[in-house]
Design a protein around this ligand. Structure first.
Ligand code: AMP
Ligand code: GLY
Length: 418
C-alpha cells in the first residue's frame, strides 16, 4: 500500500518512523514533511490546504491511503474530500473534527450524552461574560472558541486576570465566542482510543507538560515533553474513562449522523469525583505520540486502515511494558518570538545511544546542514524498563545534541516519579 502522511512535526516524524516498519507499506510519501520525515518518506511539494492538489498527487503516485497528522486539515474537511474522491483516509470528517475545532460543540455534546466535564457557560459578548466571572469568582477558566494551538486557554487565578482574557478574546485576538468554565483541581492525563465510528479500542495513556518552564511555570506551549504510560491512569480509571466519556462520545456522534473515525485524544482531569473531560483532540498528541510510538509493538498501518474501514472489532493493539519519555528541545524565546537558522548536530550520536530515537519537529536543511526552523525543534525520545530509565536515557541523549539556541525542561517525567 502506498501511503501519504500529512504534517511536518515531531508527531509526524514518529508516525513516519513507525509506518515505515509496516509490512504492508510499499512506499511512504509525506507533505509538507521535514528532514526527519524525509528519512522515511518521499516528500511531495504540495500545499496541503489545496485539497484538489492533494487528491491529484494521490492519483499521480498511486497513493490509496492518507494519514492526517494535525487537526487543521481535518477541521478544513480534507478527510471528506479524500473520501469523496475514493481515497482511504485516517482522520475524522469535518463534522466530527468539531470535537476539537469547537469547544462549545464539545461542551454541548457532554450535556447531551451526560459526560463528566467542568460546569460552563458560553458567551458571544464581553459584558455578560465579565458579569458571570464576577459572580462565580476565581480561580476560573476562560477559553476562546476555535483552534488556538493550545494558546487560547487562560486558567485565571484572579477575577481581573479572567476579565483581561475575556477582553482579549473579544478584541478579536482569538475570535468572537468564549467558554467560561469551572476550575477543576486534580492531575491531568491523556487517554487515546481508536474508533471506526462504532467500535472503540483503547490505545494507551500519556502525560504531557504544557507549561514552558520547570515546575510547570510560565506560559502554555504546544507541549514540552511527555511520557507514556501515565502511571496515574490505573486499569480502573481507564475502564471508567471508556465507559463514562469515550464510549458515550462515540455513540453520541454516531446518533447525530456524524460518526467519528480516527483517534480520539481525551484530555482528562483526574478529580476527586473521577475523570472529567477537559478537551478532545481529534488526532494524535504531540509530543505524546513520540513516546507512544516507541512502545507500540506491531503494525501501525494495519490499525489505521482498520479504523478507516470500520474493521476495528476485535483489534487489540499491543504495547511494550517498557515506558518511553520525550524531551522537547525548543528554540530560546518559544512560545514567544524565537531565532531560526541555528545549526544542529549530534543527532546521530544520540540515536546510537541505548533506547534512544530523536524525532525532528521544526527543522530544515540549509545547504546540506540541519538547522532550526521552528519553535519546538527536536523531540529527544527514549525507551526504558521504567520511566526513570527512559528519563535518564533521554536526558543523556539531550546532552549529545549540539544546538546553541536550544533549551529544554529539565523535569520531564518528574510527576510520575514523585
Ligand atoms: P485545553 O486547551 O482545553 O486543553 O486547556 C489547556 C490547559 O488548560 C489544560 O491542559 C489544563 O492544564 C488547563 N485547563 C483547561 N481547562 C481547565 C479547567 N476547567 N480546570 C483547570 N484547568 C484547566
Ligand atoms: N500535547 C498536546 C497536544 O497534542 O495537543
Amino acid at each position: 500500500m502506498k501511503v501519504l502522511l500529512i504534517g511536518s512535526g515531531g508527531r509526524e516524524h514518529a508516525l513516519a518512523w513507525k509506518l515505515a516498519q509496516s509490512p504492508t507499506l510499499t512506499r511512504l510519501y509525506a507533505a509538507p514533511g521535514n528532514p526527519g520525515i524525509a528519512e522515511h518518506a518521499e516528500i511531495l511539494a504540495l500545499d496541503v490546504a489545496d485539497h484538489a492538489a492533494v487528491i491529484a498527487a494521490c492519483r499521480a503516485n498511486g497513493i490509496t491511503f492518507v494519514v492526517v497528522g494535525p487537526e487543521g486539515p481535518l477541521v478544513a474537511g480534507l478527510a471528506d474530500d479524500l473520501t469523496a474522491a475514493g481515497i482511504g483516509v485516517f482522520g475524522p470528517s469535518k463534522a466530527a473534527a468539531r470535537l476539537e475545532g469547537s469547544k462549545g460543540f464539545t461542551k454541548a455534546l457532554c450535556d447531551e450524552a451526560g459526560m463528566p466535564t467542568a460546569a460552563y457557560r458560553r458567551f458571544t459578548s464581553a459584558g455578560p461574560s465579565r458579569e458571570y466571572v464576577r459572580a462565580q469568582g476565581a480561580p476560573i477558566v476562560v477559553k476562546a472558541d476555535g483552534l488556538a494551538a493550545g494558546k487560547g486557554v487562560t486558567v485565571a487565578a484572579t477575577i481581573n486576570e479572567a476579565i483581561a482574557a475575556i477582553d482579549a478574546c473579544f478584541a478579536g485576538v482569538h475570535g468572537a465566542e468564549v467558554v467560561v468554565e469551572e476550575f477543576l483541581a486534580g492531575e491531568e492525563a491523556s487517554f487515546f482510543a481508536l474508533t471506526d465510528g462504532v467500535n472503540v479500542v483503547p490505545l494507551t495513556t500519556a502525560q504531557d507538560h504544557k507549561r514552558v518552564g520547570d515546575g510547570d511555570t510560565g506560559p502554555n506551549t504546544g507541549g514540552m515533553g511527555a511520557y507514556s504510560p501515565a502511571p496515574i491512569m490505573t486499569e480502573a480509571l481507564i475502564a471508567r474513562t471508556m465507559d463514562t466519556i469515550v464510549k458515550p462520545t462515540v455513540a453520541a456522534m454516531a446518533r447525530r449522523g456524524t460518526p467519528f473515525r480516527g483517534v480520539l485524544y481525551a484530555g482528562l482531569m483526574l478529580t476527586a469525583e473521577g475523570p472529567k473531560l477537559i478537551e478532545y483532540n481529534v488526532r494524535f498528541g504531540d509530543p505524546e505520540t513520540q513516546a507512544m510510538m516507541l512502545r507500540l509493538d506491531g503494525d501501525l498501518l494495519a490499525l489505521l486502515v482498520a479504523t478507516a474501514e470500520g474493521r476495528l472489532a476485535g483489534a487489540a493493539p499491543r504495547w511494550s511494558s517498557d515506558a518511553a519519555l520525550t524531551v522537547v528541545m525548543a528554540a530560546r524565546g518559544y512560545p514567544g518570538a524565537y531565532a531560526k537558522g541555528g545549526v544542529i548536530s549530534g543527532i546521530d550520536t544520540a540515536n546510537a545511544m541505548p533506547g534512544v530515537k530523536v524525532f525532528q519537529a521544526g527543522t530544515a536543511m540549509a545547504g546540506g546542514t540541519l538547522v532550526a526552523a521552528g519553535g519546538r525543534v527536536l523531540n529527544v525520545t527514549a525507551r526504558g524498563a521504567t520511566i526513570a530509565e527512559a528519563q535518564a536515557r533521554a536526558y543523556a541523549a539531550v546532552e549529545a545534541i549540539d544546538w546553541a539556541d536550544g533549551f529544554f525542561r529539565s523535569d520531564i517525567g518528574k510527576r510520575a516519579l514523585a
